[in-house]
Ligand binder design. Structure first.
Ligand code: NAP
Ligand code: HSE
Length: 462
């Protein structure tokens, strides 16, 4: 079924000052009007509306589009807002936005799966293009929503859902659509990168750094999604699906957050010449596709080691093009608003062209394989009893699981004794079996940290 949006084209004359569009048309050009409805007026919504209102003339001049904000939904219409809207535009009923006949295109920036998912689905069924920044929604219901968009012949665009202001969705789904892609690796969560940078460079406390990230508008409404790795996992699932052409469900992403990282590990990483980063790694090998998110020791000379604050960076690797690096602001209202606006312009042009739009990537079944057979190198911090034979018991556990140890050293003594170990690369499964057995040893008081290492792993200079 293909239903076009119930809209009317209203060509308007737009006065352009100081902008030349050819010799004869210096002062005027025709702009095509598109009525948009926005679900959400928070960090991203505020930035988008500021742009649409303050830069209205230049957007119109540059794109030929007259973007008219028809309806905006919020939870609380009495809350003070950064931009004032015409009377009647603000509503606390999001369905009013979707169903308004003057709304030709819907922007979903309210977050969460419910009711956002049903609102997006209904807008698409009504033949209205949708732009969303909601990675949680796309990772959970993307396959279904893309199918509804295809049936209605309208675009569903989500450039802002991954890595904020960095164009990465469009390169994967358009520029590289015909390419074999083997690996996508990067930092895709601004909040956690901000926290880790503050802890590494300024000795900040975890909680204080998180509060700053919230204040700066980087964190999700519930920041648990950031620090638990769930936000990065949703983004990794989307990147993997587009890169490999196989839909990867969010639940298939192995996920660990940074909530267990403490100042000791940040210090030890620095002493060994590493920095801790929350990495998303999606690989497509002969065994199949694996996707994971976890804190990682990254060598100081690796390009990702210098990605600081809320900046994100994503490597895309394939046999024809080698290695591409996409980097830039990964969170925050303004850069995310830029990505949303780009999608609005794109979707509005498709709408005005009247073309039936098909999704750029067609998903095929693929083999997803369990992370337990991926080979990784581990750093471990074990709080242990300080007495003869402890090291032999710990080493015995690794030996029994066929995991070889690259380096081991001790910090502190007596009650403060800590064993620090780096293993060689082995299958996750073997590492995990070792970990279970270590936890059962009475000489191991606590497994303080387990952090995977990018590359072969450090050799401490003892
Ligand atoms: P936010 O600041 O929490 O804003 C959410 C907005 O949605 C608020 O205006 C809220 O209304 C409104 N809202 C929420 N539930 C609603 C409901 N049931 N009915 C009507 N309105 C509702 O969130 P944000 O940071 O702008 O993020 C929005 C989306 O963009 C999320 O999906 C997020 O993951 C994504 N995103 C955010 C960033 C970023 O850096 N912040 C970057 C990329 C993507 P009130 O104002 O009345 O509370
Ligand atoms: N909370 C997200 C982050 C916003 O910190 O990366 C951008 O998606």
């Amino acid at each position: 079924m293909y239903r076009k949006a119930p809209f009317s084209y209203v060509p308007t004359l737009c006065i352009c000052t100081g902008f030349r569009i050819g010799a004869a048309a210096e002062a005027y050009h025709r702009a095509m009007r598109v009525g948009i409805g926005i679900l959400g007026f928070g960090t991203v919504g505020g930035a988008l509306l500021t742009k649409l209102i303050n830069e209205h003339a230049s957007i119109s001049t540059k794109t030929g589009l007259e973007i008219a904000v028809v309806k905006v939904a919020v939870r609380d219409t009495a809350k003070a807002r950064s931009v004032s809207l015409s009377p009647g535009v603000l509503t606390n009923d999001p369905w009013e936005v979707v169903n308004d006949p003057g709304v030709q295109l819907v922007v979903e920036i309210m977050g969460g799966e419910d009711p956002a998912g049903d609102l997006v689905a209904e807008a698409l069924r009504l033949g209205k293009p949708v732009v969303t920044a909601n990675k949680a929604l796309i990772a959970a219901r993307g396959k279904e929503l893309i199918a509804i968009a295809e049936e209605s012949g309208v675009p569903l665009l989500f450039e802002a859902a991954v890595a904020g202001g960095i164009p990465i969705i469009r390169p994967l789904s358009e520029t590289l659509a015909g390419e074999q892609i083997d690996r996508v690796l990067g930092i895709v969560n601004g909040t956690t990168n901000y926290i880790l940078t503050q802890m590494t460079e300024n000795g900040a406390e975890y909680k204080a750094a998180l509060a700053e990230a919230q204040e700066l508008g980087y964190a999700e409404a519930d920041p648990t999604a950031d620090v638990s790795g769930a936000d990065a996992a949703a983004k990794a699932a989307i990147l993997a699906s587009l890169a490999f052409g196989t839909w990867v469900g969010f639940e298939r992403v192995y996920t660990e957050g940074i909530d267990g990282i403490d100042a000791t590990d940040v210090r030890i990483a620095a002493e060994l010449g590493y920095v801790i980063k929350l990495l998303a790694v999606a690989e497509n090998t002969a065994e199949g596709i694996s996707v994971r998110v976890h804190p990682t020791f990254v060598p100081g000379d690796h390009p990702l080691a210098v990605i600081r604050g809320a900046t994100n960076a994503v490597f895309v690797e394939g046999p024809s093009f080698g290695e591409l690096l996409f980097a830039g602001p990964g969170a925050g209202g303004a850069p995310t608003g830029t990505a949303v606006l780009g999608d609005v312009v794109d979707a509005a042009r498709e709408l005005l062209a009247g073309a039936e739009v098909a999704p750029p990537i067609r998903f095929q079944p693929g083999r997803l394989f369990d992370f337990t057979s991926v080979k990784t190198t581990w750093y471990l911090r074990l709080e242990v009893a300080d007495r003869p034979g402890v090291l032999a018991q710990v080493a015995g556990v690794f030996g029994d699981n066929d995991v070889s140890i690259k380096s081991v050293w001790q910090e502190g003594e007596d009650d403060g004794a800590t064993l620090l170990l780096v293993t060689h690369a082995h299958e996750e499964g073997r590492h995990r079996a070792s970990l279970d057995e270590l936890r059962a040893l009475d000489v191991v008081r606590n497994v303080g940290a387990v952090i995977r290492v990018e590359g072969t792993g450090p050799t401490p200079n003892l």
